[in-house]
Design a protein around this ligand. Structure first.
Ligand SMILES: [Zn+2]
Length: 521
């Protein structure tokens, strides 16, 4: 009886977890499961009721099984929290040529449905503007109804792909329309969202999501099964996910296929039960200054260098970019519409190189953030207005390269998982202009100055280290509570900046873009 009540309570809280998750979904973080793993930030953290169940032992998990609620982990002797999180496991695929074509076909079908729906919406809007009384399909069910009526006529080949492919395209369109409406009504945070545009073949991201049908991780840990595509070999072992499925602490919610450069990926969205970690030094506080010269500088004085191979790649990338523009000029001079074979080769090489650079950078960020969360009870970072800064063109490239936004995104969910607390400084906290010894605030500090010199006490210190120390010192002022408040404190501290540093206020944005304060070069 008690068990039943516990199960009911669990399901009720899970329902609310889902709702909250979809509201705040949007930021996609990464977790270090090799280069190809992606993880959504922890969206919900709470203590599950302690109903003890025997873990299920199935090796594969299809959706019929997956819809079963998760078994609840028993609390361990230390009583650490069990977190229910949505996490994505991403694996590179190794498809056969026939499967490669099927993958392209599925994402192409998704794009076709999106464009078809958008054309329909536009046509209906025009008709309505002309005074006709017509329905404009604005939601997924409405769009799907229209599609099902029209597909035999519009796309007689539709059976070649899973019906989920089209549904996924229409879903994307419904979301885009919804975002446009919400943005116009002022109920959506962030930059204004324009009316959806058509997706072009070689421009749009190739991806498509499956939510029903056979979606499985095969027991050999080197194959996955997807609707209509069948069993596809994976480039790397799926053991990280397979183990959790076998233990019954995870269930697959959906699978998304996508292409980056020449490589296909599958990303499973998974509901996972994780036991919350504990930082090694719960009482320790560390300030993290994210930089450009270094990946980061810690208030402990440690400097984490940018990954070495990245700089070599940058040189190759510049060379290839020059080659590409030369070939493009030649193409235009010759009056050719499409790029020639050589130019396509250059473009492919560039795409591969950029994907590799992103992987290396992400790997370094993962290693850093995981280490921080495992070691320190409290981590203090700056509030960086990344979208504002990226619009400042001179800084745009270096900032995008350094993955400024990403580091905080990673810290946000990893701190919850690891039981650490993340504190984000106020948007305009002058971390680099303040003296970390006496608290004197300098009027200005040029971007080029590498050291901080205090006018009052004469302190001379590395600029980034000074900033990191100021951030670490901030936590005493801001929170004052012990690191044991773990989950709650994190939620409270992170939430106001949960939109990824974007600001609704255009003035604040402009100020951030123009001011030197939060940026150090
Ligand atoms: Zn001073």
């Amino acid at each position: 009886m008690r068990e039943l009540a516990a199960r009911k309570e669990l399901n009720a809280s899970r329902a609310s977890a889902h709702q909250r998750c979809w509201v705040s979904a949007g930021a996609t973080g990464e977790l270090a499961f090799g280069y190809h793993a992606r993880v959504k930030p922890a969206v919900q953290a709470r203590l599950l009721p302690a109903a003890v169940q025997e873990a299920s032992r199935s090796t594969t998990l299809d959706l019929a099984q997956a819809t079963r609620p998760l078994e609840v982990l028993p609390p361990n002797e230390r009583g650490t929290a069990v977190l229910l999180v949505h996490q994505a496991y991403r694996f590179a695929l190794d498809p056969a040529p026939r499967q490669r074509r099927a993958l392209s076909s599925a994402t192409g079908g998704s794009r076709f449905a999106y464009n078809w729906g958008l054309a329909l919406v536009k046509q209906r809007l025009d008709a309505r503007a002309a005074g006709q009384d017509v329905q404009v399909p604005w939601t997924l069910p409405a769009l799907r109804r229209e599609w099902n009526q029209a597909k035999e006529q519009e796309a007689p080949w539709w059976r070649e792909n899973s019906k989920e492919a089209y549904s996924s395209g229409l879903d994307g369109l419904a979301r885009a329309l919804g975002n446009f409406s919400a943005s116009r009504a002022g109920t959506r945070k962030g930059r204004r969202v324009g009316f959806p545009r058509f997706k072009r073949k070689h421009r749009a991201r190739e991806s498509c999501r499956f939510t029903t049908g056979p979606i499985r991780v095969e027991p050999d840990r080197h194959h996955v099964t997807l609707p209509k595509l069948g069993t596809v070999r994976t480039h790397e072992s799926t053991r990280k996910l397979a183990r959790r499925l076998e233990q019954g602490t995870a269930r697959i919610l959906s699978a998304t296929i996508s292409r980056t450069a020449d490589r296909w990926f599958v990303s499973f969205t998974v509901e996972v039960q994780r036991r919350q970690g504990r930082p090694l030094r719960a009482a320790s506080t560390v300030g993290v200054d994210v930089g450009v010269r270094h990946l980061a500088v810690l208030s402990t004085g440690e400097q984490i260098a940018n990954p070495r191979p990245l700089e070599r790649l940058q040189r190759t990338r510049r060379r290839l970019q020059r080659r590409w523009s030369r070939q493009d000029r030649a193409r235009r001079a010759a009056g050719r519409r499409r790029p020639g074979r050589r130019q396509r080769v250059t473009r492919r090489r560039l795409a591969r190189l950029e994907a590799r650079a992103a992987n290396i950078r992400r790997d370094a960020l993962h290693k850093l953030t995981t280490r921080l969360v495992r070691t320190h009870g409290t981590i203090v970072v700056e509030h960086l207005n990344v979208s504002g800064m990226v619009r400042n063109r001179r800084l745009a490239r270096v900032i995008s390269d350094a993955g400024f936004g990403e580091i905080r995104q990673l810290l946000t969910y990893k701190s919850t998982w690891g039981g650490a607390r993340l504190v984000v400084a106020e948007p305009f906290f002058p971390s680099s202009k303040t003296c970390s010894a006496c608290g004197h605030v300098r009027a200005k500090l040029s971007l080029a100055a590498r050291t901080f010199q205090c006018e009052r006490c004469g302190l001379v210190v590395d600029r980034d280290l000074n900033a990191a120390r100021n951030l670490a010192a901030l936590v005493v002022v801001v929170a004052g509570s012990g690191p044991e408040t773990g989950i709650n404190a994190c939620v409270r501290d992170c939430q106001p900046t949960g939109d990824g540093g974007r600001s609704d206020n255009p003035d604040a944005r402009r100020e951030a873009a123009g001011s030197q304060q939060p940026v150090r070069v």
